[in-house]
Design a protein around this ligand. Structure first.
Ligand SMILES: Nc1ncnc2c1ncn2[C@@H]1O[C@H](COP(=O)(O)OP(=O)(O)OP(=O)(O)O)[C@@H](O)[C@H]1O
Ligand SMILES: [Mg+2]
Length: 492
């Protein structure tokens, strides 16, 4: 008999089904049609490629029942095509293909699948599983001797997932940080001798608006009463909003700019958070004089209000492992710092700002002294503000979107896409639970780029008290006129 699958995919779902990639992150707003699409992808893979072994996972048995087995049973599939086995929890196709509906609540139970040869894998809500479970399943994925009919689709792993959960960072690093959405890339972490580039991969974002089949009012209602960043993670599928994130109002959509070179006449400066065992972080900044960055290569037009701080380039001193420094000596760093500016063709820096610990003398000259000496006085630093509470308030204030004099809405801080370590580390920083008004916790987090940006912001604060403004003006005055501390320019 002739039978066709009763399924009209949405636009995003069609994209998912058509991409030829081995790893696909499909996500992740709630209600985007992820579970539906991944199940259909498995069914189509099995129908068209006899002998396909497909595995759909959820964390628990009730979840796999509710999200996959129950909906499957409402579909009509003729017996001469496939039938469902309740005991095996498997859909057996007459052409030798099979979809198994599995669950694994913890790291120990995943070992049940030790012997599996998986051609098609779909760990639904992948971020809720642990990285250990995901790595284990990935290691079971291979073609063995199987020859699929369709070329370029197998082996195939689809991670349908919302942001948030034990594997949030694992997936974010693998996909979101690796490449912009809807762009193929090769995942080096899966490279092998046979496949030196690693697997072809892609991130396909799916939002609730992409799915006309759901009751939006009901779904949206579920977000009220949640922490704002959690609601944003689920509603918009925003992988940068981590629950408990310190920079809760930071997002790629609002704050990321395409790489560009700021006009030479803008104030340019550079900031450093110093480290040797830990990474050091150098950033180059420019202060906007009010400009529109025009649209280009798919990036929308952006308004950069007067006074907005733009981090447009960076140098992160690490050894390739998170939170581990490259152990370069300060004189070498200072010389390379200048060399990089020359290479980029930057105008002379108006000033440089550093971490106050760089002034500490242990046995011998301080880091600032060594940097100054190594560059014949060209690397001169001012001290950044170390007041964590004030720095955090400044950061949040600058990230906030406000209406400007010309009616445009924009924040007062931006970072270009090429500032990869800013985008890798800043969005995931967690708030200090004991003193949330001081921003990110200082222990166990890679906060060097955050500190670097804080020092930069402290040079041009937008929230200031009268006393702070006096202090700053005084410093400027003292520096220009070479007067000693204690002289009060306001005295009459
Ligand atoms: N192409 C489609 N045709 C018909 N119904 C669809 C289609 N895509 C999704 N749906 C329906 O829309 C609803 C939401 O889809 P689904 O459960 O797949 O979303 P989800 O992204 O997995 O959501 P959640 O985040 O809640 O897990 C379901 O009732 C599903 O059956
Ligand atoms: Mg789902």
């Amino acid at each position: 008999m002739s039978w066709t699958l009763d399924y009209t995919p949405t636009e995003r779902q069609s994209i998912l089904h058509s991409v030829k990639a081995t790893q696909i992150l499909y996500g992740g707003a709630a209600g985007g049609g992820k579970s539906h699409a991944v199940r259909m992808d498995a069914i189509m893979a099995c129908l068209e490629n006899p002998g396909c072994k497909a595995y759909i996972f959820r964390k628990t048995l009730p979840e796999i029942e509710d999200n996959h087995i129950t909906p499957l049973k409402t579909m009509f599939i003729p017996e001469d095509v496939a039938s469902f086995s309740e005991t095996k929890k498997a859909l057996n196709f007459t052409n030798g293909s099979q979809i198994r509906f599995c669950f694994s609540e913890d790291d120990a139970t995943i070992h049940k699948f030790q012997g599996a040869e998986i051609h098609w894998l779909g760990p639904d809500e992948a971020a809720l599983m642990t990285p250990y479970q995901l790595r284990f399943l990935i290691s079971r994925v291979r073609l063995g001797g199987w020859k699929p009919v369709q070329e370029g689709y197998f082996p195939r792993i689809i991670f349908p997932s919302n942001p948030g959960g034990p594997s949030h960072s694992f997936l974010k690093r693998k996909f979101i940080d690796a490449s912009p959405p809807m762009t193929y890339f090769y995942d080096k972490s899966t490279a092998s001798k046979e496949n030196p580039r690693g697997w072809k991969s892609i991130f396909i974002p799916a939002k609730m608006d992409d799915n006309p089949h759901i009751d939006k009012a009901m779904y949206s209602g579920a977000f009220t009463g949640m922490a704002p960043e959690q609601a944003r993670a689920l509603r918009d599928g925003d992988w940068d909003s981590v629950v408990g994130a310190a920079l809760f109002n930071l997002s790629r959509e609002t704050h990321m700019l395409r790489p560009f070179t700021p006009p030479r006449h803008w104030t340019h400066f550079s900031a450093i958070d110093w480290g040797t065992y830990k990474p050091f972080s150098i950033g180059w900044y420019a202060i906007s004089e009010g400009a529109t960055l025009e649209a280009k290569d798919g990036w929308p037009e952006r308004y950069l209000p007067p006074g907005a701080l733009v981090r447009f380039s960076e140098w992160y001193g690490w050894n390739g492992e998170p939170d581990t420094g490259c152990r370069l000596e300060s004189p070498a760093v200072a010389r390379t710092w200048l060399a990089r500016e020359e290479e980029m063709g930057l105008p002379p820096m108006d000033f440089r700002v550093g971490d106050s610990q760089m002034w500490a003398q242990m046995d011998g000259p301080s880091v600032v002294e060594r940097m100054r000496e190594a560059t014949q006085g060209r690397v001169l630093l001012r001290q950044g503000r170390r007041d964590r509470r004030a720095n955090y308030a400044e950061f949040i204030a600058r990230l906030g979107v406000a209406q400007h004099d010309n009616g445009m809405m924009a924040p007062m801080f931006f970072a270009t896409q090429n500032c990869e370590h800013f985008w890798r580390t800043a969005p995931g920083l967690l708030l200090d639970a004991n003193e949330p008004d001081k921003g990110p916790a200082t222990r166990g987090q890679e906060d060097h780029v955050y500190d670097c940006v804080s020092f930069a912001m402290s040079m041009r604060p937008i929230i200031t008290t009268m006393a702070q403004r006096r202090e700053m003006e005084y410093d400027e005055f003292a520096a220009r006129h070479n007067v000693r501390r204690g002289y009060d320019p306001y005295a009459t």
